[in-house]
Design a protein around this ligand. Structure first.
Ligand code: URA
Length: 195
């Protein structure tokens, strides 16, 4: 399986064009059938040069309606994590593995993740975060690094990768919330370090 950083030609072209070109390409994209049923493509929120990037799964109903990632119930919980982490407004960004909402919020297929991956790869290339926080299994799959819950590693580009629970999963399993905050405490030194 390919890892992030092993740039395809598509990604290299997108990186050369910068954010406006990337956005245009995402909005024009018809590379899979998901594009036929969406209201809005959902690209990112937060800083263009963040210290920390959170990677979610895919847009849900609210995100599809507004074009803004994590603007619903799961987003409220993610906001709580960001506040708990003590990140300033210019220190974080939120993106998804898919830019289109899967019908009825089903889990993205492997094919959809692969098709959409150059967009995520390009976002990461342009944002150059120090830390990437994978929110759940889909983000882990898309990023291509195997991690346990609450585990971290440094990838080939020197970026710290951390895998934590997806906030939507915690809505249904509130008992795991303490574990999530323990992970955030454990890695606090990463984002609190002076850069
Ligand atoms: N869940 C996600 O994974 N992403 C969103 O943008 C919203 C909910």
């Amino acid at each position: 399986e390919k890892k992030i950083g092993e740039n395809s030609e598509i990604t290299a072209d997108l990186v050369r064009g910068g954010f406006p070109y990337l956005e245009q390409k995402i909005r024009e994209c018809r590379n899979c059938a998901l594009s036929e049923t969406v209201t809005n493509k959902v690209i990112s929120k937060g800083s263009n040069s963040p210290k920390v990037v959170f990677i979610g799964e895919a847009p849900g109903k609210n995100e599809d309606e507004t074009g803004i990632p994590f603007c619903g119930r799961a987003g409220k919980l993610l906001d709580k994590f960001i506040e708990y982490m003590g990140l300033k407004d210019d220190e974080w960004a939120v993106i998804n593995t898919l830019k289109c909402r899967p019908p009825a919020n089903r889990t993205p297929t492997k094919k959809e993740i692969e098709t959409c991956r150059p967009f995520m790869e390009t976002q990461l290339e342009l944002m150059k975060p120090k830390i990437i926080i994978l929110l759940g299994n889909t983000a882990e799959k898309a990023y291509g690094e195997k991690l346990e819950w609450g585990e971290s590693k440094i990838d080939e580009s020197g970026t710290h990768i951390v895998k934590i629970f997806h906030p939507a999963a915690l809505i249904y399993q509130r008992s795991r919330e303490a574990e999530q905050y323990a992970y955030l405490d454990k890695y606090r030194y990463l984002w609190e370090e002076e850069s």
